[in-house]
Design a protein around this ligand. Structure first.
Ligand SMILES: Nc1nc2c(ncn2[C@@H]2O[C@H](COP(=O)(O)OP(=O)(O)OP(=O)(O)O)[C@@H](O)[C@H]2O)c(=O)[nH]1
Ligand SMILES: [Mg+2]
Length: 213
């Protein structure tokens, strides 16, 4: 009898101990998946490093696959995926879009191709998700550079025509970075469903998504 109770206790322990994200869900924390997209070298990784307070390296170490970081503020956690902009990793990058609620499209003000690629990223996204259910943020990065090849007016026009908020940032000086972070949290708070989304509970996340959408 004692042995049977021990087995039952062990089983209860195994199945009932919550993972970190499940613990968050129990506390009413909203886990929101965010993805950074944009051409190679526009500064996605540097921006994210700046947001989390990592020192700048100055070198370009192209992202291979994806990087992940979680930012938490009060009852909201942003699970942010920084993807590789290089074309050969594009399908890997886009495969991480699934279940994202916020997409941050980054381009660089000294790179007209990266500005032109905003629409390319949008049409690529259509093959993976229903973009109507996604909140977008546009980021014009590298504003510290004197040689800007994309005019501010043109950027504002593009953002307006796409109905996206735009942030002018410099991952180097930190300009606009706090505002960008604030915008991600504000948009996340507007998302009606409290969705758990984490590395540990991708499965739980999928189930919850099906339940609430
Ligand atoms: N001047 C300036 N340089 C920047 C800024 N942001 C990034 N860089 C530089 O631009 C280069 C590319 O930055 P990354 O952050 O690696 O670019 P990425 O978009 O992550 O590139 P992939 O991972 O290849 O897609 C690096 O040398 C950075 O130091 C910025 O705001 N200003
Ligand atoms: Mg990168």
């Amino acid at each position: 009898m004692k042995f049977k109770n021990m087995i039952l206790g062990a089983l209860a322990f195994i199945f009932m101990v919550p993972t970190p994200a499940a613990k968050g869900a129990a506390k009413g924390i909203a886990f929101v998946k965010v993805i950074f997209l944009g051409n190679a070298g526009v500064g996605k990784t540097t921006l994210l490093n700046k947001i989390v307070g990592k020192p700048l390296s100055g070198d370009h170490h192209p992202t291979v696959g994806v990087n992940y970081v979680r930012l938490t503020e009060e009852d909201t956690a942003l699970d942010i995926w920084d993807t590789a902009g290089q074309e050969r990793y594009r399908s890997i990058a886009l495969s991480f879009v699934r279940n994202s609620k916020i997409v941050v499209i980054v381009f660089s003000v000294d790179d007209t191709n990266s500005f032109g690629a905003i629409v390319t990223w949008l049409s690529l996204l259509r093959g993976y998700v229903d973009i109507e259910n996604i909140k977008f943020i546009l980021v014009a990065n590298k504003t510290d550079l004197k040689e800007r090849l994309v005019a501010e007016g043109e950027i504002q026009q593009k953002a307006e025509s796409l109905g996206m908020p735009v942030y002018f940032c410099s991952a180097k000086t930190g300009e606009g970075v706090d505002e960008l972070k604030g915008c991600m949290f504000n948009l996340a708070k507007e998302i009606p469903q409290k969705v758990t989304c984490s590395l540990e509970t991708e499965e739980l996340h999928e189930n919850e998504d099906k339940k609430c959408c």
